[in-house]
Design a protein around this ligand. Structure first.
Ligand code: ATP
Ligand code: MG
Length: 439
């Protein structure tokens, strides 16, 4: 057993090993997915991030040491194989590797806490308890490859639009939108909280003259819900832009989502196939449903909803049934939106707020924001919030705050749409919920 790499380096990921390199000597590195010892010949399926390849060791062609090493392998051990690529119509990718030398870099203990070959299916809790092993499963890691592509696409889009990346503090002194839903922490001799949203800080960047900003960062919500779409720690994609209103913000959001859908289809074909998922690209802008009409639709489906109420879960489901895919929900009552949302001028009971929905799932909330100090202070008071706690935020509105608008997208929820998974926990490496704080 030779556990150091020394001068060995991987030359190929397994998906790059194909008949065009027949005869070449290559080095692959990965995990033992399966071993079959037929006496005169040993087959080892080696798996890496990109796929699997068969290593074939006929006892007549390979050394005794190699046969011994292979016979000593346990499933999920880490090995490196140096050998020649050979055509084989019986092997999975049409090629196999005949080993010339191998290194057993680390033996995996047995039994495994879960089976990454999925011959035995595990419940989500068992899987999350051994997440590192679970993530070796192709359809699980596919979710994160799609997420990686999603963030790359989002950053590329923001960059092209001249939207600056910022980082705001997650250790905060007071609430963003009210006293509930916050995780208190001990900050030396004071109490502080984990940030529930970058909202107040990204708005202050408008007063700073940054014009267009985005942040991809953690948000923390101390809500006790146990649903398939809420976590206590999520990653939000936030955007805020000056000299723009809700319609402009919706256009930016629409373009970003459409671009993510297209790039997922282009760059993640294999992953979508593994997940058995197809993504439709919407033609033209997302449709818009006004809150008033949403209330009618929900009631018409037999779910009671009064004008002025937020959508209940049953309401979201009823509305979602009436829609194909993405749609904007607009003209929300001002009373059920946060204090910083701009009321309409001619009918202040309606706001310039919108949600982006995918069927029955809320993906984003956004709005034109209030930029006038007096109105903002009034709205804080009207919502029963402690104005003093917002003093630093309010200050930014007294010395030249431009009109602005923005939104926040739950990246994990967007990833649910892309991958088709029904439980948000699937889309997060180490999810945090009411019951789970480890691993
Ligand atoms: P919901 O009504 O679904 O609980 P919300 O209206 O409370 O969401 P916002 O404060 O509008 O959420 O946050 C903006 C976006 O962040 C949401 O549209 C959603 O995509 C995402 N988000 C909010 N809370 C969570 C959470 N607990 N877990 C995962 N994503 C979340
Ligand atoms: Mg919302």
């Amino acid at each position: 057993m030779e556990y150091l790499l020394n001068d060995w380096r991987r030359t190929h990921y397994t998906n790059k090993v194909n008949p065009t390199i027949t005869g070449e000597e290559i080095v692959i590195m990965g995990w033992v997915h399966e071993i079959r010892d037929l006496g005169g010949i040993i087959f080892v399926l080696v798996r890496d991030r990109e796929g699997m390849i068969q290593v074939t060791a006929p006892s007549k062609k390979v050394t005794k040491e190699i046969l011994e090493d292979l016979r000593g392998l346990s499933k999920e051990s880490v090995i490196a194989v140096k050998g020649k690529v050979q055509d084989s119509n019986k092997a999975p990718n049409g090629v196999e590797i005949i080993p010339e030398e191998i290194k057993v870099l680390n033996l995996a203990q047995q039994p495994l806490p879960m089976d990454p070959t999925e011959k035995v299916k595990a419940e989500i809790d068992t899987r999350l308890d051994s997440r590192f092993l679970d993530l070796r499963v192709a359809h699980v890691s596919s979710i994160f490859k799609i997420k990686d592509n999603m963030f790359k696409t989002v950053r590329e889009y923001f960059d092209e639009e001249g939207i600056m990346e910022i980082h705001t503090p997650k250790l905060v002194a007071s609430a963003t939108e009210g006293g509930t839903e916050l995780f208190p922490i001990t900050y030396f001799e004071r109490e502080a909280f984990l940030g529930q949203s970058p909202q107040l800080y990204k708005q202050m960047m408008m007063s700073a003259g940054f014009d267009k900003v985005f942040e991809i960062g953690q948000i923390f919500r101390a809500e006790e819900h146990d649903t398939l779409r809420h976590l206590n720690e999520a990653v939000s994609i936030d955007m805020e832009a000056s000299f723009m209103d809700d319609k402009d913000a919706m256009e930016i959001l629409d373009k970003m989502i459409s671009r993510v859908l297209r790039s997922t289809n282009e760059n993640c074909k294999d992953q979508l196939e593994i997940l058995n998922q197809t993504l439709d690209i919407p033609e033209g802008p997302f449709p818009e449903v006004k809150y008033d009409d949403a209330v009618d639709i929900v009631n018409s489906k037999g779910v009671e909803m009064e004008w002025g109420e937020d959508l209940s879960r049953a309401g979201e489901k009823a509305l979602g049934e009436s829609q194909e895919g993405f749609y904007f929900l607009t003209e929300w009552p001002t009373a059920i939106k946060p204090f910083y949302v701009m009321p309409q001028e001619d009918r202040p009971e309606i706001s310039h707020a919108f949600d982006l929905m995918y069927k029955d799932l809320e993906i984003s909330s956004g709005a034109t924001r209030i930029h006038q100090y007096d109105l903002l202070k009034n709205q804080l008071e009207a919502k029963g919030l402690n104005v003093d706690a917002f003093a630093d935020y309010l200050k930014a509105f007294r010395y030249g705050m431009p009109p602005h608008a923005g939104w926040g997208v739950g990246s994990d929820r967007l990833n649910m749409v892309l991958t088709g998974v029904e439980n948000i926990r699937e889309t997060v490496l180490f999810p945090r919920d009411r019951r789970r704080l480890t691993p």
